[in-house]
Ligand binder design. Sequence first.
Ligand SMILES: Cc1cc2nc3c(=O)[nH]c(=O)nc-3n(C[C@H](O)[C@H](O)[C@H](O)COP(=O)(O)OP(=O)(O)OC[C@H]3O[C@@H](n4cnc5c(N)ncnc54)[C@H](O)[C@@H]3O)c2cc1C
Ligand code: SF4
Length: 325
Amino acid sequence: MRPFSYSRAEDVGGAIATVTADRATDYLAGGTTKVDMLRIGTEWSQRLVDIADLPLTQIDDLPGGGLRLGAVARMSDVAMAAAVRERFPMISQALLLGASAQLRNMATMGGNLMQRVRCGYFRDTRSPCNKRDPGSGCAAIPGINRGHAVLGTSEHCVATHPSDLAVALVALDAVVHVQGRGGARAIPIDDFFLLPGDTPQLEHPLEHGELITAIEVPAAPVARRSTYLKVRDRESYEFALASAAVALRVEDGVVADVRIALGGVATKPWRARRAERMLLGAQADRESFERAAREELAAAVAQSMNGYKIELAQRTMVRALEETR
Ligand SMILES: Cc1cc2nc3c(=O)[nH]c(=O)nc-3n(C[C@H](O)[C@H](O)[C@H](O)COP(=O)(O)OP(=O)(O)OC[C@H]3O[C@@H](n4cnc5c(N)ncnc54)[C@H](O)[C@@H]3O)c2cc1C
Ligand code: SF4
């Protein structure tokens, strides 16, 4: 591990000024991703600015029933907050199904959105990887790709997006608030995560030094009845092979409102808009759910070892819809 210097930020403006001024200076929040990256050498920082003391930990009510989640709020605190559990159960469930209790006590909301992919070749600095070393190639495409994506891939990268939380937030049209040298801006969460395309090294639209300050979850009465279903190789402490965040309102047997996003199968948290469009106004039964899931996965492209994910994603979506109905 290469040496770096460390300081604790006392105010938001000071933290942004320090990180923005130097490309080799980065934020440290809970440290549960960043320290790993430094240890294995996929990232290098000369200086870390610890943002854990910044006053960005609140969970505030928004008019109409939405919530504003501070970027430095811990995953465990947000998961257990009564307002989150009542109004947005899928957020609470996604958080509780991620990582381990110890990690959730350290990890923050902003850090969760900024975590890096779990592709083994990205983390092995001897392997070619377009995300870590643009233009070097993708070792996963001809290699071991059982856990990789079937949606949103490109010939340059097929890594799945790892965050569970982000899947629930994408289903809910959350907004990421950031602050940087040029002032504050609000980024719709679907635009916050970039498809790999020709530039897999770019994962989000942040400029160096832009700080996530909060995540706003707009009011969504449909989300009171919502589920995050995660399928993985073992029941705890594992990333998703496939997951589905679903919110559903059924009136007289017909789908009156629905939100669906998929995780573990795509290069970004995947809003299942095709499936949503097919379901609105349809009978809320297994046949409609299966048809919508097939439609959503119609554009999926499998690698040599992950063809099973196409069916798994469909089954996960259908089961989540049935459990939410
Ligand atoms: C063993 C293990 C299992 C895991 N399993 C899961 C899982 O199943 N599901 C899941 O979703 N996650 C999982 N995780 C990932 C975990 O959720 C993340 O490591 C964690 O959320 C990162 O948050 P942090 O506060 O520790 O971020 P840090 O490690 O401190 O930072 C991560 C990155 O985000 C940047 N950053 C942090 N905060 C901000 C901010 N406010 N603005 C701008 N940039 C910022 C940092 O500079 C750094 O680049 C797992 C992690 C481990 C180690
Ligand atoms: S899938 Fe993406 S992260 Fe993995 S080796 Fe290929 S380019 Fe790198």
